[in-house]
Structures are given as C-alpha cells and as structure tokens.
Write a protein that binds this ligand. Structure first.
Ligand code: G6P
Length: 615
C-alpha cells in the first residue's frame, strides 16, 4: 500500500524520484520522502501529508545526487508524521531504507538493538531493518551481503529497498512474501525500481518483476538477482510492458477517476476483442486459461473471491455463472474465506478478482484455497502481478492502468469478462444453445456504444449529485443482477463522499431498512425492465409511501417509471445479464460528482489506498 521508487544512473535523481512518487501516490499519501546518496553523504527530505509538501521541503532545501530512493506512505505502524515518514536511516545516517508492508516481529528484533545502544527515531516497524543493516555493514560487507543476512530475519509482508554510502551507486531491493511488489525497470546507463508499473512507464517499458523471496541488486550499468533463502544468483526474464505513459496520465480530465470512467467504451472494446472464435462462435480466452473442456465439464463448484469493488464483481459473477452454466457458486470476502476453514471439494475452481493482483487478503485466500486442493483462476488487470503468478489460469482484464483509488473501469471489465466466462462455461457444458450464446455475444459487442450513450447523460447525473450532495445518508436498491450494482453504488459513494450509504437487495427493505426512510433520504433505485422489474416498482412505492426521495435508474423507453420517481436517470436497454455494466455507470458518476462538489480529494480519499498489500 505504500509506494517505493529508486534510481541509479547519471541524471539528477531527485526530480525522477518525485515524478515516480507522483504516479504512486494513489498507494498511500500520509507522508512522503526521498534519500539521495552522493559523494559519501546521504541526505534525506521527508514531509507529512501529500507529495506536494515534500516538493516544498525539497525546494526550501534542495538535494542533488545520482542515486536515490523515495517513498509515499500509507500508515500502519506509527501515525502519519514527518518523523514516521520513510526513508529511515541508521544511527550514523549511513544507510536508508524504504518499505511497503508490515514487519510483524519488529518488536522482538528491536529490543536487542536498543540494549546495544541503537537510537530509534520513529514509531515504525521499518526502522528496525536499517539498524540491523548497520550492524552488518559495520563488518565491511557489501550492501547485498548485509541484506541477505538481515532479510531472512523479517517476518511478515514486505517490499524493501536500501541505499548506503558504504556501498555507493547501488540499490538493493527485495520482496518478502506475497504482499508488496517490486519491479526493476531497465534504462540506458541507468536503472530503476518501483512498486508498480506506472511509476516507470515514462522511462522504460522493459521490466522485471520480483517474486517473493527474491532480491535485486541494481547499479547504473547492471542488475542481478539473488534468492533470499540461500543467496544464490538467479536469472529473471525481462518483460516488455504494453501500457504507455500517456495512458497513465490524466489527459486533461480533472481527476483520474473521471478519465477512467470515460475510457470505458474503449477498454470494454479491448476486453471483447479476440474473445470469440469466428468459425465456432465459441468464447475463447488467451493462452493463460489452460482449463480443458473436460475439466470445465467436470467442475462441481466455483467460489469467487474479491475485496471491495472486486467483491461486488464476484457476487455478479455468481449470478451470471449459475444462470448460464448451472454450476453452484459462492461469492466470498477473502479476509473471511482464508480464516474460516473453508471446504474445498474435488473439481472445485476458486476464482479471484483483483485489479492490482497484489491485495494481501485476496492473495492469502488464494493460497489457502490452493493448499486445500482447489484449482485457481484469477481475473486480474496488472500483468506480472502476484495473483497472476499464483493462479493456475489467468484472464487479463485489459482495463489499462487504473490510478484512481476508486475502481471504475476495472469493475466494468470484470463484469464483462465474467459475462464472457459464464458463456464460455455454458458453451462447454451445453447449458446454452448456439443461438442463445450468439445473441448474448452480439449484445456484448454492442456494449461499448451503449456505455458511450450512458456517459452522455453525465450532465444530468451531475445536476442530481449537486442537488443531493448535502444528504447525510443514501440508500441504493437493486434486485437480481443489479443487487451487486446497488452495493457497488453505495460503496463508491461512501468512500468518495464520506457520507453514509447503504446498498441492499430491495426485497430486504421490509426486514429492517424501511425504518430509515424519511423525506431526507435519497434512495437510488435500479429499476430496469428485467425479470425483477415489477417487484422493484413495488419497492419504490414502499419508499415513496414513507416520503423517501426516489432517483430511479431506468430503461430509456420506460415512460411509466417517471410517475413513481422524483428523478429518472436513463440507460439504454440491454439484456439483464449485461445490464450491471450499464447501470453502474451513473452510480459511479453520481459518487464522483457528490465528492467533487463537496471538495473532497476524489482520486485519493482519506484513509484509503488503492493497492492494499497488508491484511
Ligand atoms: C482497495 C481499493 C478498492 C479495491 C480493493 C480491491 O480497497 O481502494 O478500490 O476495490 O482494494 O483491490 P484489487 O486490486 O484487489 O481489485
């Protein structure tokens, strides 16, 4: 959840590090800092709060040098403050460390160091690492050898990088356990490290991803890799990344979130391209889905896992797969699944959904399922991420870089891929006719145009957001396929606006939620003309009978609905199973505009982070 960057080369490292941190700020923004090493000195600048505070600190007291590391923090151990900001240095300010993750045994490691006279200046778990290194470096070891002695002592989840005047012009970076990615980027006469691809795209597309238990030794002229377990040198492949720097920038939009919402017609097209075999009309996924047709036919159960927004996609996936492929499915929260002693039966497929592929709870649940004998499939956006390595089968989302903490286009591409996957399963199990599958796929290919039409409704959604932006509570209602959409609408509004919002299955209102309804409560009801339409209309009546304010999301030709609602947001008609990919769009726009109207930081909501690599 924190972001780390590093540079060694012949250019001035500070602006490069600050730029890299700018692209990683979505991972955490409680504090930021850089350490630069040059001419036998290590200099550190740190500041509490957003990156701009660090930029000011650097402007007041500039620092230059050709190797450096930088960090943007999401606080776990120790409150957000300059003192707790990374990089942390040892007693002699000789070595600096940056860290993403949690060192669970830091207290045990710290006690003997304190008795030996080490002075700690922060409340973090991280600082212990640099004092351990100090002990090893005192014995004249090169930085990587010192690191190889220290890193195996650390328990927990971590990505770390070190820089030391004792071994100049070198960064040592390591990945311990699943959480916290480390990527090495290759330049000409310069090399980089970072937590995530966007921080490096400006400089290179040639990258190597560290696996857990690996270390990289990076200098201006070369990179080598070692295994933490035994220190052995290892070879790692260089990957060519397709994303470009332009697609990771704001492109004139006020916020990344708005840009990412508007990219959806294109990314949904990218998701659909190549996924239907012309001759057979069958859905196909690329080489990373290795399930055989025989294995698909013998599947007995599917468990879908995802955190936050990805969790609502998992629930939609359950509805889709059960409806089309008739396989019993569960949708579960990974942090519950991994610790509740789950039952994995034979021929059990566990499907994880994750934009980043680095969410600690999701990875933990995947490992648990694997241990119990499940086959693992992941739907993931970030290539080379840990989820993609852990899984037996991978379906890439093709959403492009998603920077805003609030996930939008990754959610839509998850829905579309799940829809295709449900058809894929149904075709192989013979639970849809060729004609029905053809119809479902034709409708999918029409989706980008329909998404474009919904995005055209933004001025209306914005006006509604401005009208209701001061409400303290909101209620989102949906049924059937759009029950997960209601949950996602409420989730987005909460995380961005800081208002209370609740999403519920409309049929459940009478069992409790009705007590909340009065004239101050805006109720956003998804009332599309599908198999639940009549029931939904009755639920809307129930809200109105209790003086609630109803905003309906309805089909564009539904004249009747206006009589039942205070305002109507129109979406074009598509089939019920695909409709969540349209119905969610006005809800994302609504949350965006409420938050923006309130003056909140839309791309970086308080207390949250995009990539949650701690439990
Ligand atoms: C964080 C983000 C959410 C995201 C969730 C899962 O909580 O703030 O937007 O839905 O993590 O992330 P993943 O990368 O696994 O999809």
């Amino acid at each position: 959840m924190c972001g780390i960057v590093g540079y060694v080369g012949s250019r001035d490292a500070t602006p490069l590090l600050v730029n890299g941190l700018r692209r990683l700020e979505y991972r955490g923004y409680d504090s930021a800092g850089v350490a630069i090493q040059e001419n036998g000195h290590l200099e550190v600048r740190r500041a509490e709060g957003k990156l701009d505070n660090l930029v000011q600190a650097i402007a007041q007291k500039p620092l230059t040098g050709r190797s450096g590391i930088g960090h943007t923090r999401w606080a776990t151990h120790g409150r957000p403050s300059e003192q707790n900001a990374h990089p942390h240095v040892d007693c002699g300010a000789v070595t600096a460390v940056i860290h993403n993750g949690i060192i669970e045994n830091f207290a045990e490691l710290k006690a003997p160091l304190v008795s030996d006279g080490h002075r700690f200046s922060s409340e973090t778990d991280t600082e212990v690492v640099v004092h351990l290194l100090e002990e090893e470096l005192k014995r004249g070891r090169p930085l990587e050898e010192a690191a190889l002695r220290v890193l195996p002592q650390l328990e927990g989840a971590a990505a770390l990088a070190f820089l030391s005047v004792k071994d100049p012009g070198k960064i040592v970076a390591a990945r311990i356990s699943n959480a916290g990615g480390v990527i090495v980027g290759y330049g000409e006469g310069e090399n980089f490290i970072a937590s995530d691809i966007p921080a490096l795209l400006e400089h290179t597309r040639r990258m190597t991803f560290l696996d857990p238990g690996e270390m990289a030794v990076v200098t201006a002229t070369g990179v080598s890799f070692r295994r933490l377990e035994d220190g052995a040198q290892i070879e790692k492949a260089v990957q060519q990344i397709q994303w470009d720097a332009v697609s990771a920038a704001k492109a004139g939009y006020k916020h990344f979130m708005l840009k990412e919402i508007h990219e959806q017609p294109r990314v949904v097209s990218d998701t659909l391209i190549g996924r239907v075999e012309r001759t057979s009309g069958r859905v196909v996924f690329d080489d990373d889905l290795k399930l055989t047709d025989a294995q698909v036919r013998s599947l007995q159960r599917i468990t879908l896992l995802g955190c936050g927004t990805a969790g609502y996609a998992a629930l939609a996936g359950k509805y889709l797969i059960e409806r089309l492929a008739k396989i019993p499915c569960d949708a579960e929260i990974p942090s519950e699944y991994r610790y509740r002693d789950p039952v994995v039966t034979g021929d059990h497929l566990v499907v994880s959904l994750t934009q980043s592929g680095e969410t600690a709870d999701t990875l933990g649940a995947m490992e648990e399922a694997k241990k119990r004998g499940a086959r693992l499939l992941t739907f993931v956006n970030v290539m080379g991420s840990q989820a993609s390595r852990l899984a037996d089968d991978v379906i890439y989302l093709h959403a492009g870089p998603e920077i805003s903490v609030a996930s939008t286009k990754a959610y839509t591409t998850m829905l579309v891929d799940l829809y295709l996957f449900a058809i894929y399963l149904a075709q192989r199990r013979g639970t849809v006719s060729a004609e029905e599958a053809g119809q479902l796929l034709a409708e999918a290919f029409h989706l980008p145009t329909l998404i474009d039409a919904v995005l055209g409704e933004e001025p209306k959604v914005k006006a509604l957001a401005y009208r209701y932006h001061q409400a303290r509570d909101f209620l989102f209602l949906g049924r059937g396929m759009n029950y997960p959409t209601a949950l996602e609408g409420a989730h987005k509004l909460k995380e961005l606006s800081y208002s209370h919002a609740e999403g519920t299955a409309a049929g459940e209102m009478k069992h409790g939620i009705n007590a909340l309804i009065d004239e101050t409560l805006p109720v956003i009801a998804i009332a599309l003309r599908d198999s639940t339409y009549k029931k939904m209309r009755s639920n809307i009546q129930e809200v109105r009978a209790r003086a609630g304010v109803v905003i309906a999301v309805a089909d564009d030709d539904d004249e009747e609905i206006a009589e039942h609602a205070d305002a109507v947001i129109r979406v074009p008609h598509t089939n019920e199973l695909l409709s969540p990919a349209l119905a969610v769009l006005p809800l994302h726009l609504f949350a965006y505009h409420v938050a923006d109207r309130r003056g909140n930081d839309v791309d970086q909501p308080r207390n949250l982070a995009k990539s949650v690599t701690v439990e």
